[in-house]
Design a protein around this ligand. Structure first.
Ligand code: NDP
Length: 257
């Protein structure tokens, strides 16, 4: 009787996420005050989740709750998580490590400071946040870590040795977390955007935008919301068995690696 068979897989009941009522998740998005991070935070909030963003200065964006955090400072990260957990009323279940910077330059001319600054923010910053986040996730035996990388992490980018190395490092970080904590109900994945319509890409000349678009199989840049939707999916119940993955949101630009 196929229709009435219980859905078991090697003795482990399969969680039918399509019929379970969606639960609001406690979400922290670093660098959620603008750009892609803001789009991710708004997307979670609009879907009914409980969201806190980090910002370095000023006020949080309208309609969102925020905590001050500099991801290059361990004490600041720890403080921000404690404050976020007070606001959320429970430990962070979904960490979106989005904060990032660029300091581009040719290899021969790149200073130690510019290399270190990008690694410290993009890679060590994500490590600091993940280390703090898993405290609560291990206790809850549930957690979702989403690291925002870049197509350049695996494709490389001339003038971006620091940025590309930092974004490639996130893959090792996610995969090691997966091996270490996959058995505790924690997933860690990398989302790798390509060209996204942001203030940065808007400032490129029309000619440059045209030549970049020509190199993208999809023939266009993505919206920040298209990245946000993928982040939400990988943080959600339908992606419970996806971990250590690199998920491109790049219109095909980086395929082949
Ligand atoms: P933005 O420059 O618009 O925003 C970067 C965010 O990171 C800001 O909120 C910024 O805060 C925050 N941030 C930077 N340094 C720190 C720090 N030390 N501590 C805490 N927060 C910090 O970037 P995008 O929205 O364009 O990019 C977001 C992420 O997506 C980055 O990781 C980027 O590498 C990645 N990405 C972007 C692409 C694009 O086309 N834009 C393509 C591929 C990947 P503050 O406002 O205080 O400066």
């Amino acid at each position: 009787m196929v229709g009435t068979c219980p859905r078991y897989d090697y003795g482990v009941p399969v969680n039918d996420s399509t019929t379970a009522a969606p639960q609001p998740q406690a979400v922290l998005v670093t660098g959620g005050n603008r750009g892609i991070g803001l789009a991710i935070a708004r997307s979670f909030a609009e879907a009914g989740h409980d969201v806190v963003v980090t910002h370095r200065s000023g006020q949080p964006p309208e309609g969102l709750r925020g905590v001050v955090c500099d991801v290059t400072d361990t004490a600041s990260v720890d403080r921000a998580f404690t404050e976020a957990e007070e606001i959320l009323g429970r430990p962070v279940e979904v960490l979106v490590a989005n904060a990032g910077i660029t300091k581009d330059g040719l290899l021969m001319r790149m200073s130690d400071e510019d290399f270190d600054a990008v690694l410290d923010t993009n890679l060590t910053g994500a490590f600091r946040c993940a280390r703090r986040a898993v405290k609560g996730m291990i206790r809850a035996r549930h957690g979702r870590i989403v690291l925002i990388s870049s197509v350049v992490g695996l494709l490389g980018g001339a003038g971006q040795t620091n940025y590309s190395a930092s974004k490639a490092g996130l893959v090792g970080l996610a995969r090691s977390i997966t091996r270490e904590l996959g058995g505790r109900g924690i997933t860690a994945n990398v989302v790798a955007p390509g060209f996204i319509e942001t203030e940065m890409t808007e400032q490129l000349s029309e000619d440059l935008q045209k030549s970049y678009r020509a190199s993208i199989p999809a023939g266009r840049f993505a919206t920040a919301d298209e990245v946000a939707r993928v982040v939400r999916w990988v943080a959600g119940p339908d992606a419970a068995y996806v971990s250590g993955a690199v998920i491109p949101v790049d219109g095909g630009l980086g395929m082949g690696h």
